[in-house]
Design a protein around this ligand. Sequence first.
Ligand SMILES: NC(=O)c1ccc[n+]([C@@H]2O[C@H](COP(=O)([O-])OP(=O)(O)OC[C@H]3O[C@@H](n4cnc5c(N)ncnc54)[C@H](O)[C@@H]3O)[C@@H](O)[C@H]2O)c1
Ligand SMILES: [Zn+2]
Ligand SMILES: [Zn+2]
Length: 361
Amino acid sequence: MPQHVQGVIAPGRNEPVRVETIVIPDPGPGEAVVRIQACGVCHTDLHYKQGGINDDFPFLLGHEAAGTVESVGEGVTDVAPGDYVILNWRAVCGQCRACRRGRPWYCFDTHNAKQRMTLLDGTELSPALGIGAFAEKTLVAAGQCTKVDPAVAPEIAGLLGCGVMAGIGAAINTGNVSRGDTVAVIGCGGVGDAAIVGARLAGAAKIIAVDIDERKLAKAKEMGATDTVDSRAGDPVEAIRALTGGFGADVVIEAVGRPETYRQAFYARDLAGTVVLVGVPTPEMKLELPLLDVFGRGGALKSSWYGDCLPSRDFPMLIDLHRQGRIDLGAFVTETIALDEIEKAFARMHEGDVLRSVVVL
Ligand SMILES: NC(=O)c1ccc[n+]([C@@H]2O[C@H](COP(=O)([O-])OP(=O)(O)OC[C@H]3O[C@@H](n4cnc5c(N)ncnc54)[C@H](O)[C@@H]3O)[C@@H](O)[C@H]2O)c1
Ligand SMILES: [Zn+2]
Ligand SMILES: [Zn+2]
């Protein structure tokens, strides 16, 4: 029997979000219904509401979530009712050319639930990033569920479902930060701070946090930055070079998503260094660089989707490291809120005074 639950939808471009009754079908083959316990508010949810992702309104928002599997459809063997899971937006297919080459974190054919959740009048909803977890329950592909240790509270565990994983993975997976490296992180919101946590975990010797907001720089220091650069106060490229013996950093992580900060990242890395773009640009942005500098400086220019994570490998590992006290995922949770407070959380995000507001259900 389809179930009725409460969920938060974005009805149309820039219209305020609202709580509505959502119809959740029984899980079909390969699908699971998950009872959501917590879901973080991410910048991408705001992008959906503003129409910045696509025009498939109405959206069922929320995608950074942890919860408990309630029921599974035919053929699901990896998770079972009662399992405590983190949801991910990339259920890997196992069949595409990336998966077949043993590089499933690049999977080119990730999937979500086949059935649609709807409003009471039958209007089909587009779940944000194929998840839709600002709701008491949601329907996903079973491969979007990764079982983790239930000892970690859902408001903390759920954050690995998006921004925190993207940042940590940008450092440890895409950037391959290694012991003794110098690292600079440009943009210290939730994603940049997570990159700092990842760089520290990987053994970076120096971690330089760059931002234009002193509150963000103070927080970055708490998260493990060894040095901070306020890029309003002078050229951040010069400042990063000055902090790295005049050379630049081995790995520079761009977590803003703008051409000017990408250019800073490009010139603030050492010869043969790596730039990781984890910030998401908008379609009209363009970048111009002397091709000779691209060639002459060597190294690697990479982008990082979802931290090149493999949920089945990375979520349980990071939950274990959190339990051991080697990373503190709780430091990303600024406040917990109710389902009807998401507009307020968007406003606070805009003011820059939260890393994460997390809806607890
Ligand atoms: N690649 C992925 O898979 C992935 C996943 C999640 C989010 N993201 C993207 O990562 C980016 C950061 O997300 P977030 O949640 O941390 O956002 P956020 O808004 O919390 O943080 C952005 C930070 O950049 C700083 N900033 C802005 N302009 C700057 C400049 N010119 N120089 C230095 N710092 C500057 C801001 O002060 C802020 O601290 C966004 O573009 C987001 O869409 C990417
Ligand atoms: Zn695949
Ligand atoms: Zn997100």
